[in-house]
Design a protein around this ligand. Structure first.
Ligand code: NAD
Length: 426
């Protein structure tokens, strides 16, 4: 038998259907049902799938839920969230319900500026190179703005310049930051183009060699902020409040806890980023780098008691999302989700996402500080387990209910309960 090989030349030139055939044949699966599964691209047209990425063979559908009760800057929102995790949407709805009557969320944004980095090495005189670059700010502005007249016409473009000397093991590097207002675009392509265009100029001004020319995902000139006050009686009293603050302080001080605390925030953030076709990895990289900006990894949120004894929470994090570019414009579902939220600008979307992240964190802290996280997860999780056990139709709810009654959500118990049900026992 010949060894099968993944070395396939010209795979990208095949049609989607041919690629599926090849992938199935590689796995020894001549199965027409599987092929049909790959060919069903749901709400993303097949030709669009093939345009968006290389070597496309299908799509991966994720449920989209709508978070309710969100009052943000005085405006009511229904927020679509794309997530496979069962408790995420409910957590946002619950947190938002508990602060709706006290005014909801207040948000702000530091601006829509991105940073592109140009790395210069083998520089004869780094200090002098730094000054030579800084002295050419106006020339640099013209080179950058020339790359993107559309962006400039829309009020964006080059804004500022920073140059740092980074001491690397192989010698000093001179790192230039181009600070660019990318308006309603996430801006990666826009700023990368500028950095590439500028590179030969920097080499000629300094005598060094440019290597990397790429945006930084630590988008700390593009910070979204949300804050909110939860009244003491809405959350169940002082003991709940104090427990939540203790839970927050754990994340503030301990990176093992902070990683999970921030993962919870990202449950909300990433779901809206995904639903709007934005780049989830860009947002996650920015979030975690920002969480470690003080030299240790810590909480992205802050929680405290107000003068009146209520609970106040706030979130600040980089939020490089756009309405133009990538899948935001090309995925019909992303467009539909933006329409449901009535989003008019990238800034507005960023602020909504920050509010959702804060709401998510509220619910996680509250559950952890009171009944524990599993109780809230139990009913949705039990449905998933019932499905995994093979329950169908109204069996799903019946098996799930039984698992909750028994207080043990396990696949073996679900299988046994399903069998009893089918045997006419329950
Ligand atoms: P893009 O280049 O597709 O669109 C941006 C351009 O659209 C602007 O440069 C401008 O010319 C034009 N434009 C039209 N209307 C605009 C408006 N109202 N506001 C601003 N610009 C407007 O997209 P992009 O945002 O530059 O790049 C985003 C894509 O880059 C994402 O798909 C992302 O995944 C990808 N990417 C990310 C990284 C990273 O995060 N490290 C690196 C490379 C690429």
């Amino acid at each position: 038998m010949t060894q099968k090989t993944s070395r396939i030349s010209g795979f990208h030139k095949l049609s989607v259907s041919e690629r599926i055939d090849q992938a199935l044949a590689f796995a020894g699966l001549a199965d027409s049902d599987l092929k049909a599964l790959f060919l069903d691209t749901g709400n993303l047209p097949a030709e669009r799938v093939d345009q968006l990425i290389e070597n496309a063979v299908g799509t991966m559908n994720i449920p989209v839920g709508v978070a309710t009760n969100l009052l943000i800057d005085g405006k009511d929102y229904l927020v679509p969230m794309a997530t496979e995790e069962s408790s995420v949407v409910a957590a946002v709805c619950n947190a938002a319900r508990q602060c709706y009557d006290s005014g909801g969320f207040v948000t702000s944004m530091s601006g829509t500026r991105m940073i592109a980095q140009v790395q210069l090495v083998d520089v004869p005189d780094p200090g002098n190179a730094r000054l030579s670059i800084l002295e050419r700010a106006e020339e640099i502005r013209a080179i950058c703005d020339d790359c993107d007249p559309v962006l400039v016409r829309l009020g964006g473009g080059f804004r500022d310049l920073e140059v740092r000397i980074v001491d690397a093991p192989s010698g000093p590097m001179v790192v230039t930051h181009l600070i660019v207002d990318t308006r309603d675009a996430m801006g990666a392509n826009a700023v990368n183009t500028m950095a590439e265009k500028l590179a030969p100029h920097i080499e000629s001004w300094t005598g060094g060699r440019v290597y990397l020319r790429i945006l930084s995902n630590l988008a700390d000139r593009r910070l979204a902020r949300a804050r909110c006050v939860w009244k003491l009686d809405a959350i169940g009293g002082a003991a709940v409040r104090d427990g939540m603050i203790k839970a927050y302080e754990f994340a503030l001080m301990d990176p093992y806890r902070a990683a999970t605390h921030n993962k919870g925030i990202m449950n909300g953030v990433t779901a809206v980023v995904m639903a709007t076709g934005n780049d989830t990895r860009a947002i996650e990289a920015g979030a975690h780098a920002y969480a470690a900006r003080k030299g240790w990894y810590s909480s992205l949120t802050q929680w405290e008691v107000t003068r009146d004894g209520d609970l106040a929470g706030s979130l600040e994090m980089p939020m490089a999302v756009g309405l133009i570019g990538g899948a935001t414009k090309l995925h019909p579902m992303a467009r539909a989700c933006l329409q449901i939220m009535d989003i008019q600008s990238a800034e507005q979307l960023s602020r909504v996402i920050a509010a959702v992240g804060l709401a998510q964190n509220f619910s996680a802290l509250k559950a952890l500080a009171t009944e524990g996280i599993q109780k809230g997860h139990m009913s949705l999780h039990s449905q998933n387990i019932a499905l995994m056990a093979g329950a169908q139709g109204d069996e799903i709810a019946r098996v799930a209910r039984r698992l909750v009654e028994l207080g043990t959500v396990r696949i073996d118990i679900a299988e046994a309960e399903l069998k009893k049900l089918r045997d006419g026992g329950v």
